[in-house]
Design a protein around this ligand. Structure first.
Ligand code: FNR
Length: 185
């Protein structure tokens, strides 16, 4: 059985390394996962917009996350942290009652031209997801460093990175299985 994932890229620009990485991950994952990329171009979070109903795009995103077996986040690091557009989407999804983030298995990856490959952003993401009791895959970090040399128009072409992604996808499958078994008991 293939698992269904909702994927978000933290970068909105067309030539984004992270969006290219996301598409390479989708290809590498195709035997085990069906992955839908969703837009995170949402209104800026504002409590006033919830009254009387949250915006339709937000309701649709929440529903898509609710129905998915997991979330895949592929994002750049901005100023040593989470890009605002992505944080904004997480803030919308985190709203109680009924956040779809709770107990949702999450896998994180990121690419940057630097030597840390979004490591600092990913630490912050783990903290934010923990607050929402999402189940981020422990360990298995995917940091694509020096991404300009590893990602081009056709996608990711670095063998070590591809190996790490394949290993992580297989761990992520087991992680989703674990939580599904847990939910039944
Ligand atoms: C960056 N960049 C960056 N890179 C990094 O490794 N650590 C950082 O803290 C930052 N900070 C940062 C802030 C802002 C506002 C921008 C626009 C960029 C560089 C970033 O990694 C680079 O632009 C990537 O190419 C962005 O990812 P996409 O859009 O190619 O996916």
């Amino acid at each position: 059985e293939k698992y269904k994932l909702i994927a978000m890229s933290g970068s909105l620009r067309k030539q984004s390394f992270n969006t290219a990485l996301l598409h390479s991950i989708i290809e590498l994952a195709q035997d085990d996962f069906d992955i839908d990329v969703v837009s995170i171009e949402l209104p800026l979070f504002n409590d006033d917009l919830i009254d009387p109903d949250e915006p339709e795009v937000v309701a649709a995103l929440k529903q898509a996350v609710r129905e998915a077996d997991g979330i895949l986040i592929v994002t750049p690091e901005y100023n040593h942290s989470i890009p605002g557009v992505l944080k904004n989407a997480i803030d919308w999804l985190s709203l109680e009652p009924g956040t779809p983030l709770r107990e949702k298995p999450v896998m994180i990856a990121g690419a940057s031209p630097g030597i840390l490959g979004t490591a600092r952003c990913q630490i912050h993401l783990r903290q934010v997801f923990a607050t929402n009791r999402a189940n981020v895959l422990p360990g298995n970090e995917i940091f694509i460093t020096h991404c300009k040399e590893k990602i081009d128009d056709i996608g990711l072409h670095d063998e070590k990175s591809i190996h790490q992604i394949n290993k992580t996808l297989s761990e992520y499958r087991k992680w989703i299985d674990f939580w599904k078994r847990n939910a039944k008991n």
